[in-house]
Design a protein around this ligand. Structure first.
Ligand SMILES: [Zn+2]
Length: 395
């Protein structure tokens, strides 16, 4: 929601008027110098939308404000051209509405377009969410990173490294929405105060690492060469539910230089719906973007969300730091998922992350069943994952 600065206004005044934490208002307006506002300047107020109301006979600002439980001054701010003493029937009045509802609904086929719509809508309501383009998929789709918070501790979550595990993107985005709601409404999640995290932690999120693959699984092959190539790789089968790879048949979670050769020797040697690690490590734009991101951000911990199995992999060749065990035990406690230290599998993002950065890295396998997991499991999976998200912030 946008307002225009009047003489004497301050961001601190807006924070009190709208009951929104000051730091969220400051971060929603990075181009504004908080101590020297200019009259007429536009300020974004996070956590608010507006509704429109038509003046009826007998209305006053006072009456409208008390009926809507907003202060009269918010009406004055939003309607600077209206004269409260000369309201006319039929005039439009903008009313501030504090957002207390989700705009993300993860419980549906969550393809790239749904993701982008949700990101745009969240950005509109919560302008303090920072958005970066970290790369482009093979087909040119934007690989988006979202950042929330100002803390020195950077916690990273990613989803849909594997195409038919797209439910992970939905779960991440819905939790992000709940986190933003808690920040702007000063609410708790599972009894945990959320606002302190804003200054302690920076959350880095790449919700969909393989957007081309996700769209392939959900919507079928695209028109043109990429679609034809994917059909050939899938041996003419138009059902892509078993597809884990990117659009050209490279398994993005087998692409990292952490014993890549060992894995490659026993995996498919040409493009396939799953498990083909590429002809070399890091040949795909999606894997390169994720490697560069880890190099640039100094993640304090990294969680890669996959499906399925209700387990959490947390070790790699003994290179994981001791605190990984403490953290994964907490993840297990809050979710009921089983921590597993080592598995006979290499060249994943988690493996490489632990090897190169020696910080805690986790592959979290949500839910149980056959991928893609049915949406009938969505609510249960979401409930199990909330605790893991939170624990990644406080541990
Ligand atoms: Zn996976």
């Amino acid at each position: 929601m946008n307002i225009k600065v009047r003489s004497g206004d301050t961001l601190w005044y807006y924070a009190n008027l709208f009951n929104i934490p000051l730091n969220l208002i400051i971060d929603s307006n990075p181009q504004v110098s908080p101590t020297s506002l200019m009259i007429g300047q536009t300020i974004k107020i996070p956590g608010y939308q507006t509704s429109s109301y038509k003046i009826q006979s007998g209305d006053t600002f006072w009456k409208i404000a008390s009926e809507r439980r907003v202060s009269i001054d918010t009406l004055a701010l939003l309607n600077p051209d209206l004269n409260p003493r000369q309201l006319q029937i039929g005039q439009q009045v903008l009313i501030p509405v504090q957002v207390t509802y989700r705009v993300v609904n993860g419980n549906r086929p969550y393809d790239f377009q749904v993701l982008m719509n949700d990101i745009n809508e969240l950005n509109e309501i919560y302008p303090f969410v920072r958005r970066e383009t970290i790369g482009r998929s093979v087909m040119g789709k934007e690989l988006v990173e979202l950042q929330i918070g100002r803390g020195p501790k950077v916690v990273h979550w990613n989803g849909s490294f594997h195409a038919n595990e797209w439910i992970t993107s939905a779960v991440i985005m819905q939790f992000l929405n709940d986190y933003l709601l808690a920040l702007t409404n000063r609410e708790n999640i599972r009894g945990l105060e959320i606002n302190p995290f804003y200054n302690q932690v920076t959350i880095s999120i790449v919700p969909m690492v393989d957007p081309d693959g996700v769209d392939l699984v959900i919507n079928g092959p695209p028109e043109g060469e990429f679609g034809e190539q994917a059909l050939r790789i899938n041996q003419g089968n138009t059902d892509f539910s078993d597809w884990k790879a990117n659009i050209r048949g490279v398994d993005l979670n087998n692409q990292y230089p952490a014993k890549w050769e060992v894995d490659a020797a026993r995996k498919p040697t040409e493009p396939a719906p799953r498990d083909f690690p590429g002809y070399q490590p890091l040949t795909e734009p999606e894997t390169v973007a994720m490697a560069e991101l880890a190099g640039a951000r100094n993640f304090e911990k990294m969680l890669a969300f996959h499906t399925q199995g209700e387990v959490i992999y947390w070790g790699y060749e003994g290179l994981e730091p001791p605190r990984s065990m403490t953290i994964v035990n907490e993840f297990g406690r809050v979710s009921g998922y089983e921590p597993i230290r080592y598995v006979d599998s290499f060249s994943g993002y988690k493996d490489w992350f632990i090897q190169d950065f020696r910080n805690p890295g986790f592959t979290v396998e949500l839910g149980r069943g056959v991928n893609p997991l049915p949406l009938s499991q969505y609510d249960e999976i979401y409930q199990e994952t909330i605790g893991i998200f939170l624990a990644s912030l406080y541990m």
